[in-house]
Design a protein around this ligand. Sequence first.
Ligand SMILES: Cc1cc2nc3c(=O)[nH]c(=O)nc-3n(C[C@H](O)[C@H](O)[C@H](O)COP(=O)(O)OP(=O)(O)OC[C@H]3O[C@@H](n4cnc5c(N)ncnc54)[C@H](O)[C@@H]3O)c2cc1C
Length: 275
Amino acid sequence: MKNQYQTEEAKITKITVDTPDVKLFRLEMVNSDVPEFYPGQILEISLPGYGEAPVAYCSSASERKYFEICVREIGLLTKRLHELKIGDTIGVRGPYGYGFPTDEIKKRNTLIIAGGIGMIPFRSLLETACDNPDNYPKDIQVFYGSKNKEGLLFESDYDKWCKKIDMHLTLDEGKEGEKVEGVYCDIGLITKLFDKTEVIKDAIAIVCGPPVMCKFVINELKKHNFADEDIYLSLERRMECGVGQCEHCAVGSYFVCKDGPIFSWDKIKGIEGAI
Ligand SMILES: Cc1cc2nc3c(=O)[nH]c(=O)nc-3n(C[C@H](O)[C@H](O)[C@H](O)COP(=O)(O)OP(=O)(O)OC[C@H]3O[C@@H](n4cnc5c(N)ncnc54)[C@H](O)[C@@H]3O)c2cc1C
């Protein structure tokens, strides 16, 4: 039986500095194939002496030669990861969790709402949808908010995404009317976009961002008549084992690693402290 904590070696083949504290790492497996994953699923990355950290897959699920992760430097492991160079290796295990509701996204329109580094898992979904337009025939609208222009992730992808996706950006602070890679930037909190934009109809909504943002966004979604079962949230918790054993990431009777990280609002709205 395979040891579920066993890591595989992955080699860094490309590093892109996305913002002052966020880097995008391209990884190739050293002794195995890239595991099949779905957008929204997570993996555990490890560095000897620094432990493990959960991160989201960030590249197209149809790319079989490599996968990408995007990591913000925040503490011990992520600082060490940011020091690594092309050719260095890290440990990886996964994928874990269920990811985004892909079947629903293929059948219905989708509104994505991302705040800050909450955009990271959505890149995998957007890249996969752009690579496979026949599999993702419905419309996708994105509301993406960042503190400032410097904090925006994946700017070089916007041109490609905008061919399929209706993208809207908002910055907490900045100059009104600025454009980033051709996309107009509103100034204000992400909830402002609900007033300024024609919100996509017959849609599910998927939200990933800081908990305070999620609360206000849910209020807006309810005002726009989204049913609780059509609202999905990506939850972030201090995850340890990744396989539902250690219970660090428990939310009520669920585990973020095993049952999530994406949950429909009707499942978790009654759980105290869920967001
Ligand atoms: C489901 C899931 C998906 C994630 N995806 C990504 C991703 O794609 N990219 C990315 O950059 N990060 C992601 N994270 C967060 C990432 O796992 C943490 O930033 C990482 O574990 C920090 O490790 P570290 O050793 O560098 O920090 P540490 O030295 O362990 O901690 C540094 C500081 O950050 C706090 N902290 C660390 N992790 C968390 C957490 N999960 N929640 C709240 N506070 C925390 C600590 O309390 C401490 O104050 C994800 C987390 C989860 C649960």
